[in-house]
Design a protein around this ligand. Sequence first.
Ligand code: SF4
Length: 361
Amino acid sequence: MKFVDEYRREEDAQAFVRAIRAKVTRPWTLMEICGGQTHTLMRSGIDRMLPAEVTLVHGPGCPVCVTPLTQIDRALAIAQRPNVIFTSFGDMLRVPGSTTDLLTVKAKGGDVRMVYSPLDAVTLARQNPEKEVVFFAVGFETTAPANAMAVKHAKALGLTNFSVLASHVLVPPAMEAILSSPQNRVQGFLLAGHVCAVMGWTEYEPLGARFRIPMIVTGFEPLDLLQGIFMAVDALENGRCGVENQYVRTVSREGNAAARAVVNEVFETCDRAWRGIGVIPKSGYRLRPELAAYDATLKFEVAAITTEEPKECIAGEIMQGLKRPSACSAFGTRCTPEHPLGAPMVSSEGACAAYWLYARA
Ligand code: SF4
C-alpha cells in the first residue's frame, strides 16, 4: 500500500537496529507517549529487536486508559437516564465503571450509541429534539478540535438538547508530572506525532530545557518509531536535549493554527484527574463558561459523583513508566480483555492489552 509499505520494510528496519546498536554505549530508558505507538512497537516486535541497553516504557497516552473511574461513573449515571441518547466512540463502551459499563447499560435498555464523529451526535440531536443527546468527549489534544467544532456547530444550529461530557487531557503537563517525580526513570521521550500535528512542539521546548532531556516528535509506523528511537539514543549519547522532529512529513513547529484557534474558542485549561495518577494541574480542557449550556456535567448535575480507583489496578504506575503490565498481580488472570478490571486492558491503545495481545512478560 503506497505511503504505508515504505514505512514497514524489514531491510530498512534492520538497518535502523544496526545503527542503534552502533550508537548506544550505555543504558537508556525511553518513554513513548502514545498508546498507538506502544501497540506498533509490540506488534512489529521492535521492543525485541533493540539492544539490551535501550529500555522502552509506556506513557499515559491512551485516552481511554487515563480517563478516571469517576468520569466513567458520571457517564454511566447520565446514560441510564430515560430521556438520554448517550454517544461515544466504541472503545469507551466496554470500560468498566464501579458497578457496570456502557454496553451493559445498553443491553438493559439504555439508549447508548457508538458514533464515529462528534458531529454524528449533533445530527442525532437534530433528529431527536425530544431527547437529550450527550457525547463523551474523551481524548488528548488530537480529538479536541473536532469536539470543539461539534459544540460550535450545535450552537450555530440553536440546539439546546446537545451537550458534551468533556474529559480532555493534555500531554505536556503529564510529562512534567512524570519528570518531576522522584521515582522518574525516563531519560528521553518519543512524542506523539498526531498531538504535535495539532499543537506543534513549542510547548515542549521549556520542558526539554528545564529537565535536560531529548524529546523526539515521532510517527506511528515501524520505521518512524525506529528512527525516533535512533534519534533519541543519538541525542542522549551526544548530550543533546530539546525537541527534534522525526515526523517531518506531518508535523511543523507551529502545528495547526486553525485547529488550535477553534479549541481555544470553545475550551479553557483546567486541573484534571488522571486514572491512577491523580490531579495534574492545568492538564485538561473544559468548556468555557459562556458555553456552560453544552456542559453535560452541569446539565445533569453529576459533579458530586466521585469514585475511588480500585487498589488492585496499577494502571497509574504503568502509565508513569514505573512498572510493566505483567507486574500487575491481576494481569492475565483476574484481568483479561474479556473480563477487564481496568481500562488499559480494554482499550485498543492500552499497554495491558498490548502485553496480553502480543504475549509480553
Ligand atoms: S492488568 Fe488489569 S488490573 Fe492490572 S493494571 Fe492492567 S488494567 Fe489494571
